[in-house]
Design a protein around this ligand. Structure first.
Ligand SMILES: Cc1cc2nc3c(=O)[nH]c(=O)nc-3n(C[C@H](O)[C@H](O)[C@H](O)COP(=O)(O)OP(=O)(O)OC[C@H]3O[C@@H](n4cnc5c(N)ncnc54)[C@H](O)[C@@H]3O)c2cc1C
Length: 386
């Protein structure tokens, strides 16, 4: 259960019931699931989790754009199962572009089953030569009468190979760089779309590569205006980045709990580890970092929920700080656990492997820092011009 008192001022009354509900659901249906033995098992379990979350109605905050609700859900799931968190995250990432810019027909076809846990989403932006530099995208969508024809490769795509549909970014005018991108919904079984291969992480997380060869989709599958795809993609990322920070907080909270319990239990030199001041210093730093991360995360989500036009700065601070803090917290937890902390089946070792990717996906920490610095410098420039 997330630490509600720290962020109470940023939550509405309904969020307390949501937090209790997701905590009970997670304890009952997610925490008991076995740790997947390999990538195949993780893919199978991800589909199972997708259905369970949908049957219980936990995707509703995505459609309602209740970002604090999404943060509470991700925080709780991530503490118990980073795989379950990834499943929820991808439903949001692949589904929100349709919620924001899709027709009623696309909503009926994809969002209704997504919310019920009958359709799995995926978000396909990254390419072999276009990671942080989205404008370098080489996948093209060529207009051909009433259709678009897609060609290209997407890599490092979560849910590749197990998704029912992909929200795909492609260049509709390559000469315009990042201003010439459009966004499409492509069913997984569309002719010309191929699952190339899985990419296996050290933590359970279905990831892979997909390719398009003469893949034809109707123009009605385009989300928003032509060439406005990057704007839509960045809006989605702005909104959901705080939720990545929330997942980081969930993993960090679990690591802190494991470290606290171990420090109180384990005795060395005739007394519990918890009585050594060097251990206490770690615990204090972990808890302080976590509280600060939570405040940044729920501030960004609150700003978005109250209708702020843009939350780019707040979201970048939340994601950048929370994911870096969580990495430090999980690492300190491993240190407090000593040798037990690096055993492959120990929860803190699993967290150690899972938390790392959060500093990379949906914009690396360096990109978040560039976003923050750009805003600061722009504002400083405006002040001088005035
Ligand atoms: C687990 C996982 C899941 C993912 N899921 C998805 C998904 O579902 N959909 C999707 O589209 N993508 C996904 N990605 C891809 C992810 O978004 C990219 O990995 C990320 O954007 C970084 O791109 P890159 O890996 O190509 O690294 P690069 O862009 O090559 O960056 C490498 C390093 O250089 C740094 N760097 C780059 N440019 C600059 C700069 N201007 N200034 C300073 N430093 C810079 C980066 O910060 C990084 O440290 C996933 C990645 C992972 C690890």
């Amino acid at each position: 259960m997330p630490d509600l008192p720290t962020v109470r001022a940023l939550l509405d009354d309904r969020h307390a019931a949501l937090a209790t509900g997701i905590a009970e659901f997670t304890a009952r249906e997610i925490a008991p699931l076995p740790n997947p033995a390999d990538d195949g098992a993780a893919r199978h379990q991800a589909r199972d989790i997708m259905a369970r979350l949908g049957a219980a109605g936990w995707y509703r905050p995505i459609a309602e754009q209740d970002l604090r609700g999404c943060c509470l859900i991700r925080e709780t799931l991530a503490a118990a199962s980073p795989l379950a968190d990834a499943v929820f995250a991808l439903q949001a990432l692949g589904g929100l572009p349709i919620v924001l810019a899709g027709s009623e027909e696309l909503g009926r076809r994809w969002i209704t089953p997504l919310l019920a846990g009958r359709a799995m989403a995926s978000f396909a932006m990254t390419e072999p030569d276009a990671g942080s530099d989205v404008g370098a995208m080489a996948t093209i969508a060529r207009r051909d009468g009433p259709d678009y024809v897609l060609d290209g490769t997407k890599t490092l795509i979560s849910n590749a190979g197990i998704a029912d549909f992909y929200t795909v970014f492609a260049a509709t005018d390559r000469s315009r760089g990042s201003r010439g991108l459009s966004c499409f919904v492509v069913p997984a079984d569309a002719p010309g779309l191929r699952f190339v291969k899985p990419l296996v992480l050290s933590a359970p997380h279905p990831l892979g590569e997909i390719a398009f060869a003469d893949c034809r989709v109707p123009a009605t599958a385009r989300l928003g205006a032509e060439h406005e795809g990057l704007r839509l993609g960045l809006t989605v990322l702005d909104r959901l980045r705080a939720t990545v920070g929330a997942a980081a907080c969930g993993m960090a909270q679990r690591a802190l709990s494991e470290a606290l319990a171990h420090a109180r239990r384990r005795r060395q030199f005739g007394k519990p580890l918890a009585e050594f001041q060097l251990v206490q210093q770690k615990l204090a730093r972990m808890a302080t970092d976590l509280a600060a991360a939570r405040l940044l995360v729920y501030r960004a989500a609150w700003e978005a929920d109250r209708g702020a036009a843009r939350v780019t700065l707040e979201a970048a601070m939340a994601k950048g700080f929370a994911t870096e803090a969580a990495q430090r917290i999980v690492d300190d937890a491993v240190q407090i656990l000593g040798g037990r902390g690096v055993l492959a089946d120990h929860p803190v070792d699993r967290l150690y492997r899972s938390v790392r990717a959060l500093r990379i996906y949906e914009g690396t920490t360096e990109i978040q820092h560039l976003v923050i610095a750009r805003r600061l410098l722009d504002e400083a420039g405006e002040g001088e011009d005035a």
